[in-house]
Design a protein around this ligand. Structure first.
Ligand code: NAD
Ligand code: UGA
Length: 367
């Protein structure tokens, strides 16, 4: 196959004892950032992505172009393609898998429930089936989600809190992923580390997420909906900047235990670990909007509406003590600084820089 030649060159690690990492979902938001960071520090990276059209695939192609400039190759294929995955492991002796490919988004699960089952459950199982049979087994770090905390509002959330009230099918498939991981760890000794990301945002982000389409709609003068809870409280999220999440992912890979394999009884089986990767500082959606209004120097047309029963949860807030203890995870970017970087990327990517910079100039002069 075409990718085979590329891979034989590109996946050679340069770092001393460098990793060789299969990044699934590499054309995605978090996957593209992590691939670049791994490559930059000298690890070998090969991507896998099916380039589906859940959101504009041209953005995925643009990320792919960026990665290819850094000699990172993305194999186009699906998690459910067992022979393809087996072939990938035959060609490259991956030490690690960073598994980020999934059907993301909470509200879309009401429109297309099967896509969540296919990618987040069947696809994950398929990957684990292949990985368990590889010798030596790769250590796997995979994306879970803050959505597993469901309707919890006692804060902040720590890893031991209850996760038995998923509010969306998306959350249910992420929770299922954690149970499935536990099984593969138990039976086959696979090393599995789950990361519960909290509403990640930043440059090259996902157009289906609120901060992204709010920016678009504010610039186009279109109205936006700001949700409030059923009891009229502000809906809040622990928005987490992409660079902080990338550091967390690399940290988790660095400390992931080696698999023991099913025969590795001597040292005891590798552990199944789950970590929160959040910002530890929840912000109401109204505040997110006012920061964007400031950065875009444009007033939003706001509709405040009661949170529809669409899978959204009222509140998220991460306790990250465990990730700090185990791999020094410490978020450093507040929402205003992170959104500033996002908006800068946005106006540049969509070619509306001149309008924006004029406005910014005007804004600066008058202030
Ligand atoms: P994303 O949609 O940008 O990236 C996922 C990528 O996986 C996409 O490029 C998609 O084409 C690919 N993909 C999906 N199904 C596939 C399949 N069956 N086979 C091969 N490729 C497939 O999303 P993201 O925001 O980068 O999220 C990455 C991971 O983190 C996901 O697992 C998501 O559920 C999880 N997560 C994200 C957030 C967030 O706020 N962004 C929060 C919590 C968890
Ligand atoms: C995000 C991602 O989309 C999920 O893939 C991920 O799993 C989840 O984070 C997570 O942390 O686990 P969400 O927090 O719902 O989910 O992110 P957005 O869809 O961007 O919504 C952000 C906030 O804006 C939410 O509080 C939501 O209720 C609110 N919102 C959304 C509005 O007020 N109005 C809208 O029109 C849309």
């Amino acid at each position: 196959a075409a990718w085979e030649k590329q891979v034989r060159h590109s996946s050679t690690p340069r770092r001393v004892n460098g990793f060789s990492v299969l990044v699934t979902g590499a054309a995605g938001f978090i996957g593209s950032h992590c691939s670049l960071a791994l490559k930059k520090r000298g690890d070998g990276v090969l991507g896998l992505d099916n380039f589906n059209d859940y959101y504009d695939p041209s953005l995925k192609r643009a990320r792919q172009n960026l990665l290819s400039k850094h000699q990172i190759f993305i194999v186009e294929g699906d998690l459910n393609d067992g022979p393809l995955l087996t072939k990938l492991f035959d060609v490259v002796p991956f030490t690690h898998v960073l598994h980020l490919a999934a059907q993301a988004g909470v509200r879309y699960a009401m429109q297309n429930p099967q896509s969540y089952v296919k990618s987040n459950i069947a696809g994950f199982v398929n990957l684990l089936e292949v990985a368990k049979a590889v010798n030596p087994q790769p250590a796997i770090v995979w994306a879970s989600s803050s959505s597993v905390y469901g309707l919890n509002t006692e804060n902040p959330f720590s890893e031991r809190d209850r996760t038995d009230r998923p509010a969306s099918l998306y959350a249910a498939t992420k929770k299922a992923g954690e149970e499935i991981a536990h099984t593969y760890n138990h039976i086959y000794g696979l090393s599995l580390t789950g990361l519960r990301f909290f509403t990640v945002y930043g440059p090259w982000g996902r157009p289906d997420m609120a901060y992204f389409f709010f920016t678009k709609d504010i610039l186009q003068g279109k109205p936006i909906d700001i949700y409030r809870t059923q009891d009229q409280k502000a809906v809040a999220r622990d928005f987490t900047y992409i660079d902080d999440v990338v550091k967390g992912c690399l940290g988790a890979l660095d400390t992931a235990e080696k698999s023991t394999g099913s025969g590795g009884r001597k040292k005891g089986p590798a552990q199944l670990r789950v970590y929160n990767l959040g910002n530890t500082s929840p912000v109401p959606v109204g505040r997110l909007v006012s920061i964007l209004e400031g950065l875009l120097n444009t007033k939003a047309k706001k509709h405040v509406i009661t949170l529809p029963r669409n899978g959204d949860v009222p509140y998220t807030h991460a306790n990250v003590t465990l990730a700090y203890k185990d791999f020094g995870y410490k978020p450093t970017t507040d929402l205003a600084s992170g959104l500033r970087k996002f908006v800068k990327w946005y106006v540049n990517y969509f070619g509306i820089e001149s309008k924006h910079s004029k406005e910014t100039q005007h804004f600066d002069e008058s202030s």
